[in-house]
Write a protein that binds this ligand. Structure first.
Ligand code: NAD
Ligand code: TYD
Length: 361
């Protein structure tokens, strides 16, 4: 009996992998930071697969991120809202979608504090709308991209790490809306057998990140001759991960992850405070401490996130390949070389937001 099971095992694996050969993917939010990095990564690694990128192009979406693939016959961009059920249904049907990779979201905590409404709409109603369409169209895999922020905050001196069994305890409108989405995705698995997987990842950084988030904000401010705003005492800790490592984790989950499972994804740094992240950036850019400006703290600011990524490591063999210092240097160089990309963004709506958030231009 045992012998037979062992014998069958490679055949089962083979079948599972075959199911996902020459896939048609619907990527939501693919003109944002992680989504666009994911599409560039995927088309390079799996040139036979087809990708439809559905994005509303909010302030955070930038079609220029994907100019290298815009003529690729296996890539198609559709401008639209994930809350538009009819559009999604048509896309899934007409494009024969096998796999959904769901990145689209309102993603910035500070904006969720200023105005939660779009977070509730996109992150909760949008996810619900996609799930309904996925069910109706018998999608083979629905991968939901989420965040470690759903687990709330760790104490600064705590040795604890978030893992797949950590109870949800979101504390910002952003994290609460992502937590709601995660619960819905899981509910569609248990109730309707929708084949889902979920990943909760820590803070990403790298090329094409909108310059409202700490690392690109710091780099681009310095390049513009502006100081870097640090909230509160600056002793907040994030579990930084280079964006490409997030893409490889999602790749493994799609190809080898178990249906219904959640995987946590995180970085390899020791606890590093925001102020020390900014000090590293200043050092790379040859600047001193006078470029740091302490500003009013964020309300409900989560003190620390830390991820135990041993499950994805043991089950799927994933680990972060990029060390923090070299990836940070690469990112500083990217923003230094690609000033056209972010200078176009740091105008109009961005300046209005910056004024509301930091009380100045
Ligand atoms: P982003 O803000 O850079 O991009 C979000 C994209 O979604 C944009 O292109 C935007 O136009 C699009 N979008 C927003 N509302 C939409 C709607 N209603 N319909 C269609 N498209 C819409 O975000 P990001 O940093 O790339 O994050 C992507 C995903 O990864 C999010 O779900 C986020 O919660 C999750 N995540 C992000 C991080 C991080 O550090 N950035 C970490 C873990 C998880
Ligand atoms: P952010 O990049 O907004 O990601 P998140 O809030 O999702 O973790 O912020 C990362 C950390 O940097 C967080 O502790 C808040 C802090 N921060 C500042 O100190 N100053 C800033 O101007 C910003 C945008 C963030």
């Amino acid at each position: 009996m045992h012998k037979r099971l062992i014998y069958l095992f490679p055949i089962l694996i083979h079948k599972e992998e075959q199911k996902f050969k020459n896939m048609n993917l619907l990527v939501t939010g693919g003109a944002g930071f992680i989504g666009s990095n994911f599409i560039l990564y995927w088309l390079k690694r799996y040139p036979e697969d087809k990708i439809v990128n559905l994005d509303k192009l909010t302030y955070a979406g930038n079609i220029e991120n994907l100019k290298d693939v815009e003529d690729n016959k296996n890539y198609k961009f559709v401008k639209g809202d994930i809350c538009d059920g009819e559009l999604i249904d048509d896309l899934m049907k007409n494009e024969n979608i096998d796999v959904v990779v769901h990145f689209a979201a309102e993603s910035h905590v500070d904006r969720s504090i200023l105005d939660p409404a779009p977070f509730i709409k996109t992150n909760i109603i949008g996810t619900y709308t996609l799930l309904e369409a996925a069910l109706k169209n018998k999608i083979k895999r629905f991968h939901h991209v989420s965040t470690d922020e759903v687990f709330g905050s760790l104490a600064l001196n705590s040795k604890e790490k978030f893992n797949e069994n950590t109870p949800y305890a979101p504390r910002s409108p952003y994290s609460a809306s992502k937590a709601s989405a995660d619960h819905l995705v899981r509910a569609y698995y248990y109730t309707y057998n929708l084949p889902v997987t979920i990943s909760n990842c820590s803070n990403n950084f790298g090329p094409y990140q909108f310059p409202e988030k700490l690392i690109p904000l710091a780099i681009t401010n310095i390049l513009e001759g502006k100081k870097v705003p640090i909230y509160g005492d600056g002793l907040y800790v994030r579990d930084w991960l280079f964006v490409e490592d997030h893409c490889t984790a999602i790749d493994l989950i799609i190809h080898k992850g178990k249906i219904g499972e959640t995987y946590l994804i995180g970085g390899m740094t020791e606890d590093i405070s925001n102020i020390n992240v900014v000090r590293k950036i200043l050092k790379i850019m040859g600047k001193g401490e006078e470029w740091i400006e302490f500003v009013k703290d964020r309300p409900g600011h989560d003190r620390k996130y830390r991820i135990d990524w041993s499950k994805i490591n043991k089950e799927l063999g994933w680990y972060p390949k990029h060390d923090f210092d070299s990836a940070l240097k690469f990112t500083v160089d990217w923003y230094t070389k690609n000033q056209d990309w972010w200078k176009k963004i740091k105008t109009g709506e961005y300046l209005d937001y910056y004024k509301r958030q930091y009380g100045k231009k």
